[in-house]
Ligand binder design. Structure first.
Ligand SMILES: NC(=O)c1ccc[n+]([C@@H]2O[C@H](COP(=O)([O-])OP(=O)(O)OC[C@H]3O[C@@H](n4cnc5c(N)ncnc54)[C@H](OP(=O)(O)O)[C@@H]3O)[C@@H](O)[C@H]2O)c1
Length: 272
């Protein structure tokens, strides 16, 4: 299916779209003819992104921290006030981490759940009445760490795995009411240079690491999952091998992950 066939004149809300994959998904949705509500916590960055994307008549910038229920409600109210409907919600806001479980501060643990699970919980609850009216779609952006727990990212993995449970329940509950819930597991994607992840001590830091997907490819996969309503998409051959290995050779996969000694999610920290 061509993206334009689905997205033409649809109202699309993308949480966490000030930069990275969310911003690229916004760019592609706009190119396919959608109206796009951009969201992030920093109003100035968000407005700069809106200006850079162009087509300002088709974009709305709503600064809101969607890990807070009232701010998620505010986001949806602003979109409804501007365009009167919500057809698609892409739960993209998220934050990764590095650090062993034993060393994680309470701040890091709570922030991982807030940023990666509760953002999607509150945004989806706030959007559901409008999505029921539009027979709309909701997408959850997960990771390969939402397929398997890897060393160094335990709480990120836990939150992303919880998204799968949420998406599956919602798909069953809301399917009969016409709302379709899907989930995409992204692989390592190229990052914006200013992107930060959270350390065990709760402090954000910038980092370098290998990546296997461009932001364009990741964003196209998200929009395709919305347009087709496919339940679950796993990206890259490596990702599909992970699912396959987990199903057919769990012992071998366990040995491989344990013997990697954290190398799979190793990053080079960058301090100013
Ligand atoms: N990059 C990867 O390799 C990769 C791999 C697998 C999965 N993913 C997933 O893909 C999604 C996008 O990743 P990315 O690499 O593009 O991330 P990113 O560059 O860090 O962008 C995250 C976006 O979310 C916003 N945000 C964070 N917390 C928020 C909150 N509470 N409320 C509203 N906005 C919030 C950020 O803006 P503000 O900081 O201004 O709020 C930013 O616009 C995430 O869910 C991530 O877990 C990424």
């Amino acid at each position: 299916m061509k993206l334009q066939e689905f997205f033409q004149n649809k109202v699309v809300v993308i949480t966490g779209s000030a930069r990275g994959v969310g911003r690229e998904a916004a760019r592609q949705a706009l190119a396919a003819g959608a109206f796009v509500a951009l969201n992030g916590r920093d109003a100035a960055t968000l407005e700069a992104t809106r200006q850079n994307l162009g087509q300002t008549g088709r974009t709305l910038a709503v600064a809101a921290d969607v890990s807070i229920p009232s701010e998620a409600q505010y986001l949806m109210a602003a979109v409804l006030a501007a365009w009167g409907r919500v057809d698609v919600l892409i739960n993209n806001a998220g934050l990764s981490m590095r650090g062993e479980f034993a060393d994680l501060s309470p701040t890091t643990i709570k922030t991982m759940i807030d940023a990666n699970l509760l953002t999607a919980v509150w945004a989806t609850q706030a959007a559901l009445p409008a999505l029921r009216l539009s027979q709309g779609r909701v997408l959850f952006v997960s990771s390969l760490a939402g397929v398997r727990g890897f060393p160094g990212v335990s709480l990120y993995s836990a939150a992303k795995m919880a998204l799968t449970a949420l998406q599956q329940s919602l798909r069953a509950e809301e399917g009969p009411r016409g709302v379709t819930a899907s989930l995409v597991h992204l692989a390592f994607t190229e990052n914006d240079p200013e992107k930060t992840v959270l350390g065990a001590d709760g402090r954000p830091f910038q980092h370098h690491r290998r990546w296997s997907m461009t932001q364009q490819r990741a964003a196209t996969a998200l929009l395709k999952a919305v347009a087709t309503g496919k339940e679950r998409t796993v990206l890259t051959a490596q990702g599909r091998a992970l699912v396959w290995g987990q199903c057919w050779f769990p012992g071998l996969l366990d040995w491989f992950v344990r013997s990697s000694g954290g190398k799979l999610h190793q990053v080079e920290e960058k301090h100013p």
